[in-house]
Design a protein around this ligand. Structure first.
Ligand code: GUN
Length: 300
């Protein structure tokens, strides 16, 4: 079989960012509003620092205002809640992102609940989780939807067109990725199976998938013989693994070289789902600002 067509998330994300940038410019002309994104990082986790920096940089590149808040690792929950309340009340802030994970003295669900649902550009507030969980098939996504799942669904729609009737197997049930991806695939009229650590005979289940979305955070867990010939594989994993020369490299949750000759479409790591997350955050921030301005929903 011919090698899988690589799904170029890097190129798609660059195009999406360009469309968002145009949307920002149009919004400024039409309303005088500049979308504002506030990022909040508690502690100094190196990976989180890299993510938050890239979010602020991207916002500025697209003509948005960016407000960067750093708090020490020992910050008390009440202090973080006070900052969230300030950002909720700030008219220059249209989107709030509290980088996860939070230090253990902080109750994450309390913080997510405190973010104004209209500014919840992560789509993690229970109101937005509930909106996605109860959405009608094909209904517009006119509320914030978690960024990585949104990116996965955009890549799938671009690669396959209609997803109706396809069997999608989602490996992983996290609130960040697995569950919201499953909801988006249901909305797109897939038949959805969610697999997790207690699933029996995972390889056999994966082989039933027309669309296989893997989001478990275990390096090169899914092998080529788990994949049905002609399937579309979305690898959400980003795992840094050591190499023999003492350095490290990024790998996904799927053994790429094994999947390549079997799948019809496949996302690489890096350059697949990864770049979509930040681009979708920018998309969500623009959409939140448009809603604030009372403009009708249009997918940019
Ligand atoms: N940590 C890892 N991914 C994410 C994300 O999409 N949003 C937030 N807020 N934190 C994260």
């Amino acid at each position: 079989m011919a090698d899988a067509k690589r799904i170029d998330g890097k190129a798609f994300a660059a195009d999406l960012r360009e469309r968002v940038g145009r949307g920002v410019a149009e919004l400024k002309v039409a309303t005088g509003m500049t979308p504002g994104l506030a990022t909040v990082l508690v502690g100094a986790d190196p990976a989180s620092q890299v993510y938050v920096r890239s979010k602020g940089k991207m916002a500025a590149e697209l003509g948005m205002a960016s407000f960067d808040h750093r708090l020490p690792a020992e910050t008390a929950e009440e202090e973080l809640l006070a900052l969230v309340a300030t950002l909720n009340a700030d008219p220059a802030v249209n989107g709030i992102l509290v980088q996860l994970p939070l230090p253990k003295q902080i109750d994450t669900s309390r913080v997510l609940l405190a973010v104004d649902p209209d500014k919840d550009v992560d789509g993690f507030h229970p109101i937005n989780v509930g909106r996605l969980g109860s959405i009608a098939p094909g209904a517009p996504l006119d509320f914030p939807v978690p960024c990585t799942p949104l990116g996965c669904s955009m890549l799938l729609a671009d690669a396959l067109g209609s997803l109706a009737g396809r069997h999608a197997v989602v490996v992983g049930r996290s609130n960040l990725v697995g569950r919201p991806v499953a909801q988006l695939l249901l909305r797109a009229n897939c038949t959805v199976t969610i697999a997790h650590s207690h699933t029996r005979d995972l390889p056999a289940l994966c082989r039933l998938a027309d669309i296989l979305v893997v989001a478990i955070g275990r390096p090169e867990f899914v092998h080529g013989d788990w994949i049905r010939p002609g399937a579309t594989v979305i690898d959400v994993g980003i795992n840094r693994v050591p190499t023999v020369d003492g350095k490290s490299r990024l790998v996904g949750d799927v053994v790429f070289a094994e999947a390549l000759p079997v799948a019809a479409h496949l996302t690489p790591v890096p350059g697949g789902v990864g770049p979509m997350t930040v681009a979708c955050l920018m998309y969500n921030t623009l959409q939140a600002t448009r809603r604030k301005a009372g403009l009708p929903f249009v997918a940019v």
